[in-house]
Design a binder for this molecule. Structure first.
Ligand SMILES: *Cc1c(COP(=O)(O)O)cnc(C)c1O
Length: 422
């Protein structure tokens, strides 16, 4: 079935007499008749629900829907996008291991990788997306466990050459993990280009209404963990499950089962039933919303591009953008609703512009149905030094505009008035 249909029907199919709308199963726990059955559940011999940290029927429906949207074999919701990135790596890397990531990733992920992972003993090398194949290959070490990048980088709006990085990763027998938050499976399905694992902050377009913080990890099922030879934890007995071997017991779903059975069990950063219900509500209208976000953003980008007071507009869908060719390949339906641009006059002019907006609101959020703006250098990326900012593709005067679903003429009129005030 096509994506529009999956958004409405995947993951939950009511049987005769059951609720048409996915029910919220608001229960921490589930009862069973016999200890024998509970033993099987705890030994992962049978699938079923026993405690909502590890699985809940409402959350499960949403996981199945998102797995279907991305074309994966399984998914696991998490309490936030940060938790999804964290677990996506910890499922395959431990102290002493090494990861390669593109440097223009979301500020929170940059901090997680560069600061907190370092404390965990996992070293991350950041590389520019524009680096040559040879430069990237030279960074791969015997203990490198994955390459990480964002389909559309937040907020530099660079488009990730998924196929190229997947090829480099696979030549080294390691997986490519892609943060697909800005693109969503409506605009790009990274598995079709060779990515192995996808993560999302569902907080953004998947929810889309600024209701619920959440994340998700999706497993393509395509990476051969046993053959790679670099992931002993997948092929050696797990003592915490009576010697279970993930690749043997779960085949193509080994990664996503391990993520849940080990990391969700131990770290506990789960999504709630209520939260999953909100995410599902957003997912149902994802295709319609993304279409309009893209349409509106392209019009706004074209408007901004011909303003005297604007230095640079970064929108991959804009002809003449350095990312245009990559956007044509990876984002043929549109380049999302997010635009980054630089106002002449730097920090001060940027602040004056934002303070002069009336319709667009200043908020630490992006990908909302309502138009919102943010100044990364004084908010999301505040903890980064100027050098680190530059590495993320951010200048001090950069403004991130998340174009909403209002009538585009109203959005443009608001921007126009604020530009006049600068
Ligand atoms: C927001 C965001 C995250 C982090 O997600 P949270 O839900 O805020 O934890 C990760 N990646 C990208 C690209 C984001 O935009």
């Amino acid at each position: 079935m096509e994506l529009e249909t999956l958004c409405l029907h995947a993951g939950y199919t009511p049987k005769n007499g059951e609720p048409r709308v996915m029910p919220i199963v608001q229960s921490t726990t589930f009862t069973y008749d016999s200890t024998a059955q509970v033993v099987k559940l705890f030994d992962l011999e049978e699938s079923g629900f026993f405690y909502s940290r590890l699985g809940n029927p409402t959350v499960d429906h949403v996981e199945q829907k998102i797995a279907a949207l991305e074309g994966g074999v399984g998914a696991m919701c998490t309490s936030s996008g940060q938790a999804a990135s964290l677990i996506s790596i910890l499922t395959i890397a431990k102290a002493g291991d090494h990861i390669i990531s593109t440097s223009n990733i979301y500020g929170g992920t940059f901090n997680l990788f560069g600061v907190t992972f370092k404390r965990f003993g996992i070293e991350v090398t950041f590389v520019e997306e524009s680096a040559s194949d040879e430069e990237i290959k030279a960074l791969i070490r015997p203990n490198t466990k994955a390459i990480f990048g964002e389909t559309i980088a937040n907020p530099s709006m660079d488009v990730f050459d998924i196929e190229r990085f997947a090829r480099i990763a696979h030549e080294a027998s390691i997986p490519l993990i892609v943060d697909n938050t800005f693109a969503t499976p409506y605009l790009c399905r990274p598995f079709e280009f060779g990515a192995d694992i996808v993560v999302h902050s569902t907080t953004k377009y998947l929810d889309g209404h600024a209701l619920q913080v959440g994340g998700v990890i999706v497993d393509s099922g395509k990476f051969d963990w046993a053959e790679s030879g670099k992931f002993p934890e997948f092929v050696e007995p797990d003592d915490s499950y009576h010697g279970l071997i993930y690749t043997k017991a779960f085949g193509k779903a080994a990664y996503i089962v391990k993520a849940r059975a080990q990391l969700m069990r131990d770290l506990g950063c789960c999504q709630t039933a209520q939260g999953a219900f909100y995410i599902n509500l957003g997912l149902e209208t994802l295709p319609l919303r993304m279409q309009r976000h893209c349409e509106n953003a392209l019009k706004v980008a074209k408007f901004l591009a011909c303003q005297d007071k604007v230095n640079e507009v970064r929108y991959p869908g804009l002809e003449g953008s350095p990312n245009f060719a990559l956007a044509q390949k990876y984002l043929p339906k549109g380049a999302s609703g997010v635009i980054s641009f630089e106002i002449k006059g730097g920090r001060e002019a940027g602040a004056k512009f934002i303070d002069s907006l009336k319709l667009s609101s200043l908020q630490v959020h992006v990908a909302d149905i309502r138009t919102c703006v943010l100044h990364p250098a004084t908010s999301t990326h505040r903890q980064l030094t100027d050098e680190q900012l530059a590495a993320c593709g951010i200048t001090p005067g950069l403004i991130r505009l998340s174009v909403g679903l209002e009538n585009v003429e109203d959005i443009i009129a608001d921007l126009k008035a604020a530009l006049e005030a600068v």
